[in-house]
Design a protein around this ligand. Sequence first.
Ligand code: 3PG
Ligand code: MG
Length: 409
Amino acid sequence: MTSSSSHAPFPTLDQAQLAGKRCLVRVDLNVPMDKGRITDATRIDRILPNIKEISEKGGRVILLSHLGRPKAGPEPKTSLKSVAVELERQLGCMVSFSSNCVGEVAKSAVNALQNGEILLLENTRFHPGEEKNDRDFINGLAELGDLYVNDAFSTAHRAHASTEGLAHKLPAYAGRSMQLELEMLTSMLADPKRPLAAIVGGAKVSTKLELLGNLMRRVEFLFIGGGMANTFLAASGKSVGKSLCEIELAGIAKQIMAEAEAANCQLVLPVDAIVATKFAANVPTRAVDIDAVGPDEMILDIGPRSIARVVGLLASSRTMVWNGPVGAFEVPPFDKGTITIAKVAAQLTKAKSLETIGGGGDTIAALNQAGTFDDFTYVSTAGGAFLEWLEGKLLPGVEALRGTEEYVL
Ligand code: 3PG
Ligand code: MG
């Protein structure tokens, strides 16, 4: 797959002089939380090596991140304070915290840092200048550092002050997890071992039109599952009962199917489904052929023949890219299709017959649920950024690191 990213190189930590330097490190601590508790620490795990390396090389690590989407200034719900505690636990060393990411509070916290020490600044989105990529806000952040390291691929689709603006203001480097994401995505998808199969799922086709458009030109097989498949099924004249379906997109779905055919991409839809009249755990279900969905029924997972079809596709492919569950996997028994695909893909990866790459919040959750997260060749922790990469778009946070733009503040 050709990505639209330019191939200009980006500087990494190998090129940076870190000792004694104030290093502003953009990480993505936008971790899922439930009542103040972190429910998935994958993103934290991934950034630890970069932090440790800078610290071990004598850099002063100043971490920048957003959490959630606060719109009206500081609020306890999206404070990064509790994340500092988790970071401390995982790093096994002290992580100090500043209750503001700019201004006097931040400056004195930075001034107190010794070489190798780590500081986390409060949520950058508590300031409107962050999302506006505002010059004064960028300057306020830039004052705190000598150099900038972006280790947050998962926010690289946002042109915000801490993800993009800073890269034009300070000497900028890709952090280790950013570097790994770019290397893996490029090596696995720019020149993949073929055949290349894509599995795309999720609730809504409206959010994935561009993805499908780009993928069909790059892959040999494209399996569409999840709620979004229903729109394609309805467009092919099947009755989908009470299933989630964006019928207003039927015309576009037909066009996608025609374009896939013209592009020699085999677009595969479910041939059977698991249906129920109610969406709840362990309700009575039926496995039906795709043209036998009753008017009161909802399609909530792919059926056994569809699972077999996907397994066959994977067995005859050399690379697989996966974004989005093929059923309502959070609620059993509608997890079967998604979990089976995760397990089969993991087995084929272990047998070295398939290279597997997945990404997106739901896909990560599904891989964790299946216990196969570590068996995939690579799992991106990015959601929107992974999607935009697969759509063939340039990611502002990545492009800014390549230094290809003239942008003077
Ligand atoms: C993500 O979780 O996808 C990133 O952290 C970006 O968050 P955002 O969608 O709120 O910009
Ligand atoms: Mg997002």
